[in-house]
Every structure is written in structure tokens, then in C-alpha cells.
Design a protein around this ligand. Structure first.
Ligand SMILES: C[S@@+](CC[C@H](N)C(=O)[O-])C[C@H]1O[C@@H](n2cnc3c(N)ncnc32)[C@H](O)[C@@H]1O
Length: 269
């Protein structure tokens, strides 16, 4: 098979990747047959999968707009994904051109493609790192050169934490990130939640993601709220993502079908 220029030699194209499955849900073209087969199996089991991805992206867009309007000019987007329409730097720099965005992803395709689209944008950087190594991310020289941690930073961990099992202690990862932040910094989180899902649907989704390197860890609203420890939740708190400051009330209809819950917290000081 011919390897497209955005696919590094190191990747196994026969093994589905969660980044490339998500790209497929969003209608992107950075995916292979194995990714499409797994994503289609997921859609057969959970027909809302593409809607979930779109609702999550819309949440990310509204959250970045809210943060820029609140004065935030620095973003650390961890698990940023394969670039698609409406990436954080595009949203933030359109509203405030001086905004700086550091992207981090563990997936080589996400990193290679991000690097490509960020050429020439000196207020962005992309790191190939794992969220589970927060100290490595925080001490990365490129990151430190771009972001000033004496000023507020918005840490975005959007549609990623369900790939981090409790055994990897997500609360400790979040605490390490939080403790490096200045007052006024923010945390944006979303992840898959199981409120309202049938056991069958949950089992099907689990089985499909077992084929990837990232099995799913679906969590309750209470667990997600606890991840904001040390932050003050911005209204309306942790909700189904379409309910988070919707542009029109109709957008929040059937919100639980989006499967993702999310929220934004602010660090007082
Ligand atoms: C569902 S996508 C979400 C992309 C983007 N944040 C969004 O909301 O549209 C999840 C991304 O998280 C990345 N990811 C999963 N586990 C990770 C980890 N431990 N560290 C860094 N990135 C991770 C995947 O490679 C993928 O690109």
C-alpha cells in the first residue's frame, strides 16, 4: 500500500487508531481501512458516534470563544487530535491574533499533520507527548518558550480522558497540570459518559475500542466533576456538551445523545 505523506513510517496502519477513527467520524480523510472498519462498527453499535464527535467539536469551539472573551490568550490543548475544521489556534487567533496555542498528542499522524498545517505560525507548537507524563509536557523547552506559566493558560483535555484508565490516576495528572498554572487559568474537559446508555451499547463500544491502543473508560457526571478539583466550575457546570452555553436553546435538545459531558473550570487565586 502506498503510504500518504502524512503517515509516518512508525505507524501500524492495520491497527485502528482512536485519532484516525475520530477523524473519520468528522468526515476527515486522514484514516485507513482498519480505522474506517472500526469506526463503521462503532456507528453500527452506537449510531450517534459522528454526532458525538460533532457535538464535542462544537463544545470545544464555544469553550475557546468563551475563554478568549474572558481574556485568556494561552492554550495548552492535550490530545488535540488530527487537525480538522475549527482547530483551537484558528478559533482563538481569529478572535485575538496574539493567542498562543501549544498542541500535544500521542498519535504520530496527529502530530505529523499538525506540524504540517502549523508551518509559518510562530504562535503555535506541537509536541509528541503523552498526557500521562504531565511533567514531561510541562518541562518541554518548546512549550516553555511559547507559553508563559506566570500568566493564565487554558488547559484543554477534550474527548481524551476516556482513554486514560483509573489505573493511570487521571486525578493526579490533572493535579500536576493544575499546580503549574497561574490564577485565572482554566481547565476545559469533556469525555464520554454513560448516563442513559444501555448495557448493550456500552459493551459494544467497549469491544470496538479494545481493538485500538486506547480502550474506553466511560465515567459518570460525578467522576467528571471531581476532575475539576481546585477549579471553580463556570456556569452551567458539567453537562452534556450541547447544554454548555448553547448558541440557541434548540441546540441543546436531546443533549444526552451527544454522549460526551463537559465543563470549564477556573482557578481562583
Ligand atoms: C477523540 S480525539 C479528540 C481530539 C480533540 N481534542 C477534539 O476534541 O476534537 C482524542 C485524541 O486524544 C489523543 N490521545 C489519546 N490518549 C492520549 C494520551 N494519553 N496522551 C495524549 N493524547 C492522547 C488521541 O491520539 C486523539 O488524537
Amino acid at each position: 500500500m502506498e503510504r500518504p505523506h502524512w503517515a509516518p513510517e512508525s505507524i501500524d496502519v492495520e491497527r485502528p487508531s482512536v485519532a484516525r477513527m475520530y477523524d473519520y467520524y468528522l468526515g476527515g480523510s486522514h484514516n485507513f481501512a482498519a480505522d474506517r472498519a472500526a469506526a463503521q462498527a462503532m456507528i453500527a453499535a452506537v449510531p450517534e458516534a459522528p454526532l458525538m464527535a460533532q457535538a464535542n467539536r462544537a463544545f470545544l469551539r464555544r469553550a475557546v470563544q468563551f475563554l478568549v472573551e474572558s481574556g485568556i490568550r494561552q492554550f495548552l490543548d492535550i490530545g488535540s487530535g488530527i487537525p480538522t475544521v475549527g482547530n483551537v489556534h484558528e478559533i482563538a487567533q481569529r478572535l485575538a491574533p496574539e493567542s498562543k496555542v501549544a498542541y500535544v498528542d500521542v498519535d504520530p499522524v496527529a502530530v505529523a499533520h499538525s506540524r504540517e498545517i502549523l508551518v509559518g505560525n510562530d504562535r503555535t507548537v506541537i509536541l509528541h507527548e503523552d498526557l500521562r507524563n504531565p511533567e514531561r509536557i510541562l518541562h518541554d523547552p518548546q512549550l516553555r518558550k511559547l507559553l508563559d506559566f506566570d500568566q493564565p493558560v487554558a488547559v484543554m483535555i477534550v474527548a481524551v480522558l476516556h482513554f486514560v484508565p483509573d489505573a493511570d490516576d487521571p486525578a493526579a495528572i490533572l493535579a500536576a497540570l493544575r499546580d503549574s498554572l497561574a490564577p485565572g487559568s482554566c481547565l476545559v474537559l469533556s469525555q464520554a459518559s454513560d448516563d442513559g446508555r444501555s448495557d448493550d451499547e456500552r459493551r459494544d463500544a467497549d469491544e470496538i475500542y479494545q481493538r485500538t491502543d486506547n480502550p474506553l473508560n466511560i465515567r459518570s457526571r460525578a467522576a467528571l466533576t471531581a476532575f475539576f478539583d481546585g477549579f471553580e466550575l463556570v456556569e452551567p457546570g458539567v453537562v452534556w456538551v450541547p447544554q454548555w452555553r448553547p448558541e440557541s436553546p434548540d441546540d441543546a435538545d436531546d443533549a444526552e445523545r451527544a454522549v460526551f459531558m463537559g465543563g470549564v473550570g477556573r482557578l481562583g487565586g
